[in-house]
Design a protein around this ligand. Structure first.
Ligand code: COA
Ligand code: MG
Length: 296
């Protein structure tokens, strides 16, 4: 998936608007964008929204993932009790501090799946892994945590608060070393766990050029998608994260070359460049991304 749009779970208007945003996935938020007093109303609204979408059974419905409150907040289980029975595609765990947190969440979800008569494991998990210093340092612990786990992403705002930085960007707008490190740990952790790496939000939501540049850097570095906070960011993210025709064409040629060469071949040449097994894996990833973007 390319675009993941955050939508406050207590806003009926934004929930409605989000459906026509073109996002591949909605991250319906019960955490930071919802005040404490609004949590019960947000849970109910989120549940009703997902149930209504499930009844429509429309092929256009984006994936529906709910961001619950973090473990240790004493709110996670109430969130899950409200929403799992409505059959969201997944749950996003904020402030995850290790693979053990994902295991714990998975067990909690299983109880609510059983209560609702849903097959165990149907609800996916996505995790935000660098929102605390401890979480960032444990980004490499997600391998084998749960078959539910589909992606890791990172966050700069909460990490700023946890560490007490003055700013997470330099004067020319680049992330400082600390945040580049957290971003890199996410890429390494996701590859280790065999799941997607999703880039964090770009908060300056009126700045389309800045967003586009950050998307390009994310594609270059191996992220498969990016989170958004405003519908106007979705088209840019979808466009940049959709592999180009040229990239798809080249990937197809590489796969064909290896197909024709048979299993015993390690290295080949294409257009005067050496091509070996890592290139094949890269090509297959591009084709997978193209397929999930609806291209052949
Ligand atoms: N999802 C769905 N619809 C959204 C939206 C979102 N994330 N953000 C804005 N919209 C809607 C607005 O409701 C508005 O629609 P309307 O005119 O029909 O009411 C339209 O898009 C334009 O919005 P705009 O006026 O440009 O922005 P805003 O000032 O209303 O909202 C934010 C700005 C940042 C508060 C809003 O984008 C938002 O709530 N983002 C998500 C925040 C979030 O979930 N954060 C947690 C993760 S970091
Ligand atoms: Mg947060």
């Amino acid at each position: 998936m390319r675009s993941y749009l955050f939508v406050p779970g207590d806003s009926e208007r934004k929930l409605e608007k989000s459906l026509s945003s073109g996002a591949d996935c909605l991250l319906i938020d019960l955490e930071d964008s919802v005040s404490l007093s609004q949590k019960p109303a947000a849970r109910q609204l989120t549940r009703d929204f997902i149930e209504a979408e499930r009844k429509k059974q429309s092929a256009d419905t984006p994936k529906l993932v709910v961001r619950v409150n973090p473990l240790g907040s004493d709110m996670t289980d109430d969130d899950l009790a409200a929403i799992v029975g409505a059959r969201p595609d997944g749950v996003l765990l904020p402030k995850s501090e290790s693979g053990a947190h994902v295991q714990q969440l998975s067990a909690m979800i299983a109880v609510h799946e059983a209560e609702a008569g849903i097959a165990e494991g149907e609800t996916e998990i996505h995790a935000l892994v660098t929102e605390t210093a401890k979480g960032a340092l444990n980004a490499g612990t997600y391998e084998g945590a749960s078959n539910r786990l589909k992606s890791l992403s990172w966050g700069g705002e909460d990490l700023s608060a946890d560490i007490g930085v003055e700013s997470n960007r330099t004067d020319d707008g680049r992330y400082t070393d600390l945040f580049r490190y957290a971003r890199t740990l996410t890429l390494l952790g996701a590859a280790t766990a065999g799941v997607e790496a999703v880039d964090t939000v770009y908060v300056d939501f009126r700045n389309a050029d800045g967003l586009e540049q950050e998307c390009r850097e994310a594609v270059r570095d191996g992220f498969s998608g990016k989170m958004a906070i405003h519908p106007s960011q979705v088209d840019i993210i979808n466009r940049v994260f959709t592999p180009s025709d040229a990239a798809i064409g080249k990937a197809k040629r590489i796969v064909k070359l290896f197909d024709e060469a048979g299993d015993d071949v390690g290295v080949l040449s294409l257009d005067g460049q050496m091509i070996d097994r890592p290139h094949l894996r890269q090509a297959l990833k591009i084709l997978e991304r193209a397929k999930s973007a609806g291209l052949g």
